[in-house]
Design a protein around this ligand. Structure first.
Ligand code: NI
Ligand code: MN
Length: 226
């Protein structure tokens, strides 16, 4: 499994021959918009954790370009289905075997309105089991005890956790989250994009390191192989 970071919570997962894009937000991200052309992005599926603009802004344009199937909670999927997009509805606690692997939509503590204020259901995260690698993409969330449920069923190889604080967990809570999910290999996301969530990279990495954990912070467009 190859994972590429495109800023904020935007991730491209290449699982076998299938391209899975998560939370596309590029044209509105000053850190990413000059580095990434959304017309170059491949997607067979677009997974959306919640409806906020910094997770969904480019979903329509990319789905139009690629014909990707949009996967999210029932309310978000209804929003896109009404616009003529191909969709797969899920809801919390549910999982589905897609052609690239199993996806479970798990709890997140956050909110989920569309930019116009319309209802975007309840926010979530994804546990993706594909190509013998298991990844947890937390989405925007507070630290929550529900995270302890994940390792009861899935041994994670990587977790993508928000670390920017203010709107989500910050570094200290993300360290506790990594204990809860029993995964010491963390890819940080949801930091630096706006003033409220700017972080000190070296301090964040050091804090994880001191707990025996590995925090990876990728450049925009940088990839890792699992
Ligand atoms: Ni959000
Ligand atoms: Mn967000």
């Amino acid at each position: 499994m190859k994972i590429t970071f495109y800023g904020q919570n935007t991730l491209a997962l290449k699982i076998g021959e299938i391209n899975v894009l998560v939370d596309p937000f590029i044209t509105g991200n000053d850190l990413a918009k000059d580095k990434v052309d959304i017309n170059d992005l491949k997607a067979d599926y677009i997974l959306l954790t919640h409806a906020h603009q910094d997770h969904t802004l480019d979903a329509e344009a990319i789905a139009k370009n690629t014909g990707a199937i949009i996967v999210s909670n029932f309310e978000i999927v209804n929003h896109y289905e009404a616009k003529g997009f191909e969709v797969h509805p899920m809801n919390h606690g549910g999982s589905w075997d897609f052609e690239f692997g199993n996806v479970k939509y798990v709890n997140a503590i956050h909110t989920s309105s569309f930019p116009d204020g319309s209802y975007g259901g309840q926010p979530g995260g994804f546990v993706i089991e594909g190509e013998h690698k298991n990844v947890y993409i937390a989405g925007d969330t507070a630290l929550t005890m529900d995270m302890k449920l994940i390792p009861m069923q899935t041994k994670l190889d990587l977790a993508v956790l928000p670390i920017g604080d203010n709107f989500t967990m910050g570094v200290n809570d993300a360290i506790v989250a990594s204990d809860f999910i029993q995964c010491d290999k963390i890819l940080g996301c949801h930091y630096d994009t706006f003033g409220y969530i700017e972080i000190d990279h070296e301090e964040a990495k050091r804090k994880f390191y001191e707990k025996g954990k590995d925090l990876m912070l990728l450049e925009i467009g940088e990839s890792i192989e699992l």
